[in-house]
Design a binder for this molecule. Sequence first.
Ligand code: LMR
Length: 394
Amino acid sequence: MFDQLTQQPKDKILALMQQFREDPRPGKIDLGVGVYRNAEGVTPVMRAIRAAGAQWQQDETTKAYTSLAGDAQFLDGMCDLILADTAPRDRMASVATVGGTGAIHQALELIKSANPAARVWLSNPTWPNHPAILRHVGLQAAEYRYFDNESRAVDFGAMMTDLQGLAAGDVVLLHGCCHNPTGANLTMPEWTELAGLLLSKGAIPLIDIAYQGFGDGLDEDAAPTRMLAGKLPEMLIAASCSKNFGVYRDRAGILMTICASSADAALAQNNLATLNRLNYSFPPDHGARLVGLILSDPTLRADWQAELEEVRNGMLTLRTQLADALQIETGSNRFGFLAQHRGMFSRLGATPEQIETLRDTHAIYIIGDSRMNIAGLNAETVPLLASAIARAGI
Ligand code: LMR
C-alpha cells in the first residue's frame, strides 16, 4: 500500500529552516521562518506567559478533557482582543484550534461543508501554506493580484480589478495584519472600499490575522477586521497566538465566524465543534489557557501589552536602520519601502539568483521569493545585510 504514496512537495519555509540548521558557517544569519528574535538572537518566553504559566501550575486541578470548543475564557478574551465591541456576539461562533494553521484548516473545511462550490480567492503572493491547505481540503482556488514588484507596495487597482470576478458565495482570504510575505498592507480607506465590493458581490471575507500587535498597535492592527465585522453579514476570522504571545510550539489559535442570524451561529458552532472532534477531538489547552489568563487579568495583560510594544517598536527601529544603511550602501532611496512596510516581513524584490548569492556567499538566509524576517535582525546584523544586499547587486 505505502508504495502507492507520492513524494510531497517541500514547504519552502520549512526547507530553508532545515538548510540553515545544517549550515556549519559561524555568523550565519536566519531571516527565513517567521519567528521573533530579540537582540541576543533568542526567541524569549514572554514575561506574562511565564507568570501565567507559574500561576497555572499552582491552580491547575485536573488534566481531564476540556470542551470540544476549548476554554471559554480564551475564546471570550480573543474575541474581545480582535473584535472589541464591533461584532454581534449573538451571531458568532468560535472554537479553539491547533494554532493559526489549524484555524485556517477548520475554516476551509467549514466552508466546504457549507458550500463546496465556493471559490476561495488568495492574494498573489500569499503564505505558501494557504494554497497547500486549500488543495488538501479540496476547494477551488482563485487568485487576485496584490503586490507591485516595482514600488513594493500594494497594487490596489489590480486587486480590485481581479476581485470584480467574485461570484456570490465566494470567499476572499485576506491578511488582517500584517501581509505575509510582502509586508505591504492596505490603507484604511482601501479596506473600506474593499468592504463595499465584497458586500455588493455577496462575497465572504476569511481574515487570517496572525500578527496583531506587530504592525501599528493592537487596536490599529485589528481596525480593518473590526470594520469588516461591522459591515458584512457573514465572515470568518482565523487568528494565531504564536507570534503576539510567543507561544509558537504550544499551538494556540482560534476560529470565529460571524453569521447572518443567531440560528446560523448555533449551526456554525455545532459544525465547528464537530470538525474539532473529527480532526483531533479536543483542541490543545495549555497555550490557550495561558492566553486566556493573561487577557482576563489586568496586571498580566498590561505587562503582556508592554512587552509586545517593545517587540513592535524594536522591529520598527530595525526597519528604519536597515532602510538608512541601504541608502548609504547603494546611494539611492530604493529601499525606503522597508520603513513603510509593517509586520515581521518585507519582500525585498530580489531575483532567486541574488537570494542564492546572499545564502552561498554571505550565509544570509532569506526565502526564495525574497521574503525576509525583519525580526531575525539585530543592530550587528543590519549593516552586514545592507552591505551584502548592495554587493549582490539587488
Ligand atoms: C512563516 O510564515 O514563516 C510562519 O508563519 C511560520 C510557518 O509556519 O510558516
